[in-house]
Design a protein around this ligand. Structure first.
Ligand code: PGA
Length: 259
């Protein structure tokens, strides 16, 4: 999986059905299909179904921003991985907004990862420390705890479909993006924890992204960090041109495939 860069646009709670459809058209004109980059769009639940019918899956994959871990039942307001099967390829799990605004726990992320995997949806597990934890020098402990918390029930076979996104909470939506050197250290900590849990091969193979105030200007700095396989982009993914520029930065110069 690491032979391709992964660029994920997390639209969060933005764009209604009509706007999302217009935006998809715009993006389709801007972003070429290339073999070395996988582009994933994460619209709201409301727009996923209609976008899934419009999207060219060779050009864009779809992700859900959240899901519920039970397959069906009396869970008012929730949508399950079973219902999302076939609609999305990826699921963002444990995003810091889920953890901090909606009080999701590591146990929730663990259950959701399992639900995604058993429904053939690839989880993107988000982890990262808050500003306070960072100030206390606890970044590696948080990485450790959130990885163990989220992956406790995942086998090494499951891990092949898991992507880890390092997103320091203080860098999300703030414009205060992390220094490449700090991201590098965090990625080393992530891979060493994966090595501890699953062995050396898994630590080399697992895909790791950076997210937090990434823009077209900063994208290349993160993409050139050893061990970073792509980006999780929030705010900047809502500007088609800017997002297109970020995707371009991920290309190694491979030929444009025919649409
Ligand atoms: P941001 O969001 O790029 O707006 O900081 C990133 C994210 O929440 O995944």
């Amino acid at each position: 999986m690491r032979d391709k860069k992964l660029i994920v646009g997390n639209w969060k709670m933005n764009l209604n059905t009509h706007e999302a459809s217009l935006y998809l058209h715009k993006l389709s004109d801007i972003i070429d299909v290339r073999r070395d980059v996988e582009v994933v769009l994460a619209p709201t639940l409301l727009t996923l179904q209609s976008l899934s019918l419009q999207v060219d899956r060779r050009q864009f994959k779809l992700a859900v921003q959240n899901l519920y871990w039970r397959d069906h039942g009396a869970f008012t307001g929730e949508v399950s991985a079973t219902q999302l099967r076939g609609v999305v390829d990826y699921a963002i799990i444990g995003h810091s907004e889920r953890r901090h605004i909606f009080h999701e726990t590591d146990k929730d992320t663990r259950n959701k990862i399992q639900a995604a995997i058993r429904n053939n949806i690839r989880p993107i597990l988000c982890i990262g420390e808050t500003a306070g934890e960072r100030a206390m020098g606890e970044t590696n402990d948080i990485i450790h705890d959130q990885l163990i918390g989220g992956l406790a029930n995942a086998t090494s076979e499951d891990l092949k479909d898991v992507t880890i996104a390092y997103e320091p909470v203080w860098a999300i939506g703030t414009g205060d993006n992390a220094l490449p050197d700090d991201v590098k250290k965090a990625v080393v900590a992530i891979r060493s924890q994966i090595k501890h849990l699953y062995g050396v091969n898994a630590s080399k193979e697992v895909r790791v992204l950076y997210g937090g105030s990434v823009t077209a200007d900063s994208a290349a700095d993160y993409l050139s960090i050893d061990g970073v396989d792509g980006l999780l982009v929030g705010g900047a993914s809502l500007d088609a041109y800017g997002f297109g520029e970020i995707v371009k930065k991920a290309h190694k110069g491979s030929a444009v495939a025919k649409k």
